[in-house]
Design a protein around this ligand. Sequence first.
Ligand SMILES: NC(=O)c1ccc[n+]([C@@H]2O[C@H](COP(=O)([O-])OP(=O)(O)OC[C@H]3O[C@@H](n4cnc5c(N)ncnc54)[C@H](O)[C@@H]3O)[C@@H](O)[C@H]2O)c1
Ligand SMILES: [Zn+2]
Length: 346
Amino acid sequence: MITKTIKFSSSSTTFYFAYGISHLKDIVDVKHTIFIINENVFQQHAKHFKNQQTITIKSGEQFKTQATIDSIIKQLIELGADRKTTLIGVGGGVVTDITGYVASVFMRGIKFGFIPTTILAMVDASIGGKNGVDVGVYKNIVGTINQPSFILHDLIFLNTLPEIEWQNGFAEIIKHACIKDAAMFKALEESSLKKYQQKKKLLCFLIQHNALLKSKVVQQDEFESGDRKLLNFGHTFGHAIENTYQLSHGYAVAIGMAMACIISEQYQNFKDTNRVVELIKRYELPVHQSYDAKNVIDVMKADKKKIKDAINYVLLKKIGKAVVQSIPINQIENIISQLEAENSFS
Ligand SMILES: NC(=O)c1ccc[n+]([C@@H]2O[C@H](COP(=O)([O-])OP(=O)(O)OC[C@H]3O[C@@H](n4cnc5c(N)ncnc54)[C@H](O)[C@@H]3O)[C@@H](O)[C@H]2O)c1
Ligand SMILES: [Zn+2]
């Protein structure tokens, strides 16, 4: 069990790594706690929530909406929640986003913490204080920035995590290695998904390392004026294909990272596309999706990172070192159309 407190500008978050959920009573007053739990996690780990006050939410991004928030708030009122209540979100990023948002607006803000149960939520979604919901096709368009009081990791939850969610989580881990950590990149090259699934200690260390890596990036740039933008590596092209081709987020980001490497060759003289592509494949993630270039460009143009006629693209200078570069849309259009024709990563 390791604890670590990260201070942000107006609050702090304590991490409880490798902590059994049974120790939760040492962190919060369980009598004044309400769990907001993903239904799959609740069904498969019910014994941990016996005699607790719980609100379950259905699985899927389509439930990350204001309607779900309203329903949770009604249930909180029925359960007698008040300003002393702590909300704990137990689930993947959908649940942590929803819980952080509800806790920030219910009675103008109550205490909250997270028990992330997907790798993606452990290393990414639960960290950084951005919480919110989708409205129609607009992802995370409504929300708050508010740090959780604590984040507890109990890897027991990963015993039931579907294979595709392991892959999705590792896409963000590979992203962290590409932008910030050449040593981790090398360690990943020497290992595999299977090894991490079998060697719990190794996995535990990797997850902690990535959670702290993201926390430090956020801590140094809470309001996204500098390094935090680097966390978007692979996400510009990724977001542009994610919904259109119904890819999981991790798959879309993996393909987006491969694309960003090709663009990095041209703009940053990046030489290691092959290593990145091989690493992505090693973690059972795709590097190519056939796409309609015009459609992708249209979605990219609507991307919030667009500034006038250029896109702020996160590129690699080398493995472990990323930069943000503004690239004119017409140039990106050329590259994407050319690569569509060449079908280059397949
Ligand atoms: N706030 C942020 O900074 C931030 C960052 C990244 C992603 N996100 C958000 O996170 C969400 C994606 O998170 P996610 O990938 O964790 O998806 P998710 O929450 O949808 O969970 C993925 C699936 O795994 C299942 N599941 C979760 N834990 C399980 C377990 N232990 N055992 C069995 N099944 C389990 C869920 O039922 C679900 O079907 C998106 O909404 C995204 O916008 C937010
Ligand atoms: Zn992501």
